[in-house]
Design a binder for this molecule. Structure first.
Ligand code: ACM
Ligand code: ZN
Length: 544
């Protein structure tokens, strides 16, 4: 297995990075598959080829996705047949093949046919992406009558179960069409968890029937889109709030179904108890004080807004909102935030202090832990697991909370050693809103520096962990905070090509990681991204 991988690498490097020989395109697959064995010959995809589906009676949405994929990604409308002379066969194993683990696939291309086998529908989706990447990179653009797929045998499965991509839609609102384009991109690179950051100081983005002011008021700020992020002035008296937006429940259901067809779980994040200016603009009674909160614009630091931890109606509000969230999102996980909750208000609020005293809590951190535990119990009763940012460790966590480690690896290490499951998203590797190239030459962003090589160097398993502790690492995720991302094009630019690096980090075996080989695969990948109308950064900076 290793031999064939290195052989492919050597052939590719021998062909030269800039030449688009068919051999380059043949094996420029991202993420790198576990086992790839080239064979003799090619299979031609043309209009005489049929799609054959086997044992997919319970996977109609994925069958539909695959059928619609061929016109979009191969430029070929292929008929579906029960059986055919020239076929691309997609088959779910009736008896699971242990060699494919849960999500894997086996792809075999011969001169006569193509077959993709998987244990679960998502495996077929992943096999399809690999098949697409076996086609010459220019075939979408040139649409040849026949697309030559090199004969090959591939056995492939992911290293981690959590392969995440996060989008902040609060700092700027992104419409459903853009979210779907993002999900298409995730599918292309075999990412499977879409973390949707739906609420923050700068806007609440989700329709909640019981609390209509969340979308009437909290979803809208005054418009400062014509000035740089750091220069937005506070709202003036009487100025209308016209900038923002929200998703209706029907739109969310549509996104969830669209994601599921692509093997992607959508995880909503509802921030508590901080990052809540937008909520307090709509429902000021949930604050500790009578400060005139508004839906934030521009930089807002340190954030003062916090939901009152001593007010029972706040707990009712959170539970009722989460009831609707749980009803809408079928995900196993619900993210409850917990980051950067500045507790100055709590320190001087009689209600918060009374709660601390009544419950014999040590301090404000323990008050946050109490709130989160109450919310977690409410969600556990609905069969859900909570995720929180690593700050929730501060006042103590239950063993069932999943920790998302963002302030470097420290929180993740502590949580794994404590026996909590962990998702690694350390900002110094995984914050794709940080600069990816020399800031003098780049559009303005929040700061930081994560060049492509750094994103590629990420390993979700910190070196400090023992093998036993490492089992608590579910995987990794890239986060895209949107302060500076005024347009969808800029969001794509920040994601790409770093999302490809993440994809190889979380999917491919660690032994297959090879920065030089990855770089050699980029030209073909960029050709595909351009043909699919994605914007990307063309600079490949290495770690300075
Ligand atoms: C975060 O970046 N505040 C999670
Ligand atoms: Zn309070």
């Amino acid at each position: 297995m290793k031999t064939s991988f290195f052989l492919a690498g050597l052939l590719l490097l021998a062909a030269g990075c800039n030449q688009q020989s068919s051999h380059d395109a043949a094996f420029s697959i991202v993420p790198q598959p576990v086992e790839l064995t080239p064979q003799e010959g090619t299979f031609a995809i043309d209009e005489s080829v049929s799609l054959v589906f086997q044992h997919m009676e319970n996977a109609a949405p994925v069958q539909q996705y695959i059928t619609e994929y061929f016109p979009k990604y191969f430029g070929k409308q292929l008929p579906v047949a029960g059986n055919a002379e020239k076929a691309i066969v997609f088959a779910l194993n009736e008896t699971p093949d242990a060699a494919l683990q849960t999500e894997g696939y086996k792809l075999t291309v011969t001169e006569n046919d193509i077959t993709i086998y998987a244990n679960v529908p998502a495996g077929l989706v992943y096999g399809l992406q690999t098949l697409y990447q076996l086609a010459p990179a220019d075939s979408i653009k040139n649409n040849p009558a026949q697309i030559a797929i090199p004969a090959v045998t591939i056995v492939d499965y992911p290293r981690f179960e959590w392969r995440g991509s996060h989008r902040d839609v609060s700092r700027h609102f992104f419409d459903i069409a853009h979210i779907k384009k993002h999900l298409d991109l995730m599918a292309l690179y075999k990412l499977n968890k879409f973390h949707w950051h739906l609420t923050d100081d700068h806007g609440w983005r989700l329709e909640i029937d019981k609390y209509p002011k969340l979308t009437e008021i909290a979803a809208w700020s005054v418009d400062r889109s014509n000035v740089a992020w750091r220069e937005g002035e506070p709202p003036k008296e009487g100025e209308p709030a016209t900038y923002g937006g929200f998703y209706t429940k029907d739109e969310v259901r549509d996104v969830i179904a669209y994601a599921a067809q692509r093997g992607i779980e959508v995880i909503p994040e509802i921030e508590l108890p901080g990052h809540c200016s937008a909520i307090l603009a709509a429902y000021p009674e949930f604050a500790c004080d009578d400060f005139p909160y508004y839906v934030q614009i521009g930089p807002y630091w340190p954030p003062k807004a916090i939901l009152c931890g001593g007010n029972d109606t706040v707990m009712v509000f959170l539970k009722e909102v989460l009831d609707e969230v749980a009803e809408l999102f079928p995900s196993e996980y619900i993210h409850i935030g917990g980051d950067e909750a500045f507790k100055d208000n709590w320190k001087v609020c009689p209600k918060c202090q009374k709660r601390i005293k009544d419950l014999q809590l040590k301090d404000e951190e323990e008050l946050q832990s109490w709130m989160i535990r109450e919310i977690e119990q409410h969600l556990i009763a609905k069969g859900r697991t909570i995720i929180g940012w690593d700050e929730i460790l501060a006042g103590g966590v239950t063993p069932t909370a999943v920790i998302m480690s963002w302030r470097g690896e420290k929180g993740g290490i502590e949580a794994a050693q404590h026996g909590n499951y962990v998702i690694m998203t350390p900002d110094n590797y995984c914050y794709f809103n940080y600069y990816q190239a020399d800031k003098e030459t780049e559009p303005a962003t929040i700061g930081g520096y994560v060049p492509l090589e750094k994103a590629y160097a990420f390993d979700p398993v910190p070196a400090e962990l023992t093998a036993e502790e490492a089992k608590f690492i579910k995987g990794g995720q890239a986060n895209l905070w949107a302060e500076f991302l005024f347009t969808p094009e800029y969001a794509e630019y920040m994601l790409l090509p770093r999302l490809l690096a993440l994809s190889e980090v979380v999917w491919s075996p660690k032994t297959h990681k090879d920065w030089e080989f990855f770089k050699a695969k980029l030209p073909a990948q960029k050709q595909r991204l351009a043909a699919l109308n994605y914007n990307y950064c063309d600079k490949v900076e290495e770690i300075k």
